[in-house]
Design a protein around this ligand. Sequence first.
Ligand code: TXA
Ligand code: MG
Length: 328
Amino acid sequence: MPRFPMSDRVTQIHPATDQAVAEAAAVIGAGGLVAFPTETVYGLGADATNDSAVAAVFAAKDRPDFNPLIVHFADTQAVARTVIFDQRAHALARAFWPGALTLVLPRSPDNPISLLTSSGLDTLAVRVPDHPVGRALLEIAGCPIAAPSANRSGTVSPTTAGHVAASLGGRVALILDGGPCRVGIESTVIDLSAAEPVLLRSGGIAAEAIEAEIGPLAQPESEAGPARSPGMIGCHYAPRTPLRLDARNPRLGEVLLAFGPDAPTLAPGEVLNLSATGDVDEAAANLFAMMHVLDAASATAIAVMAVPEIGLGRAINDRLRRAATAPD
Ligand code: TXA
Ligand code: MG
């Protein structure tokens, strides 16, 4: 029998009571891993100042170590001590933190964050999350928490504790269950490390809202070129079932991921509607949970109706395009 040292551990799922959060903070303090809810998706957290704890995050996810992690903080003051926080960063923090926005900024000298967290880059991705459980964990643990989404690398991000257990069961000691994530799609990532702000990943805060604060955002030069955000590899969000985009009706053997009031009427089990009223925020909150369900339906493909390219629709379409890109 081959041995899988990480998978013979038992994973505990605890409702996020005060006592469970205190226990989770102690696990983080001792260099262990905890999965916890944020308003975007569940994170797999470790003490960001502890090299071996951060290494354990990469190992649990099977994550290539060139893909750096986001560091989560309890408040903007703690962030500003760790990175070089300019005027634009202050404007965005005032407008959107706590919230679904990640800023990439130069590390300040002598900051205590493990170099492994940013995979050797001289910048750090930082965020103040807006979830009572995530914030309580950060405050009680008393350290910044490095946390990628709590799923195996290359799979769909988790928006419930059950998704985390299905992907990482045996690889994380404790999952704090705070119910389904409100936003349901990962944070928007903005690179502020150069003169021109760059949208590295569309996400839970609409790009239009960010542009209203700091002006136009540039797009990354090319996805194939030198990676400014190494996590944006094509097939990052792939379910096992192939996706067929811009569909109107499912073909024989397919299931439908619908959007809006014009969805065809089908038998239950053949269709899930991201938002029957055509609301892109509601669609973002449902996206990953519905992809998990349809992926488990043993269909030949998931046919996906078009989602408008406005507000969070951009982030939804980005994730759908990546999910439709077959792995090499
Ligand atoms: O909503 C979220 O952002 C969730 C929750 C848990 O906070 N986290 C998340 O983390 O989605 P992850 O690791 O799955 O995605 C982090 C993204 C990746 O695309 C990564 O390449 C990028 O942020 N990133 C991290 N550090 C970076 C850096 N220094 N420069 C450029 N991109 C960076
Ligand atoms: Mg991820």
